[in-house]
Design a protein around this ligand. Sequence first.
Ligand SMILES: [Zn+2]
Length: 89
Amino acid sequence: MKRRLVRTAVPLQYVKPICVAATLAGVFFVAAGLWLAGLCMLIGAYLLEKNAYCCPKCGKKLDMKRPLLKGAGCPFCGEALRQGKENRS
Ligand SMILES: [Zn+2]
C-alpha cells in the first residue's frame, strides 16, 4: 500500500471548480498580456488536478472529464466521492 506524501487540504468536490477557475484566470491573464502570471495559474491548475483529483480511499486518479455527480462513486473501489451534502433523516 502506497502512502501519499502530501495530504491534500482541498475537498474533492472543490478541486475541479478551483482548477476550472484557475484555468479561466490563467487564460484571462494571458489575454491581458500577463502571460507569466497566466502560465503560473495554468500550471497551478494542472498540478492541482494531477495531485488532488484522486480517490480519497484507494488514491487512484479520477477522470477530470467525468462529472462528479451527487452520489457518484469511485470507478475503481466504489467509494462514495461526494459526502456531507446529502441529509439523511
Ligand atoms: Zn477509489
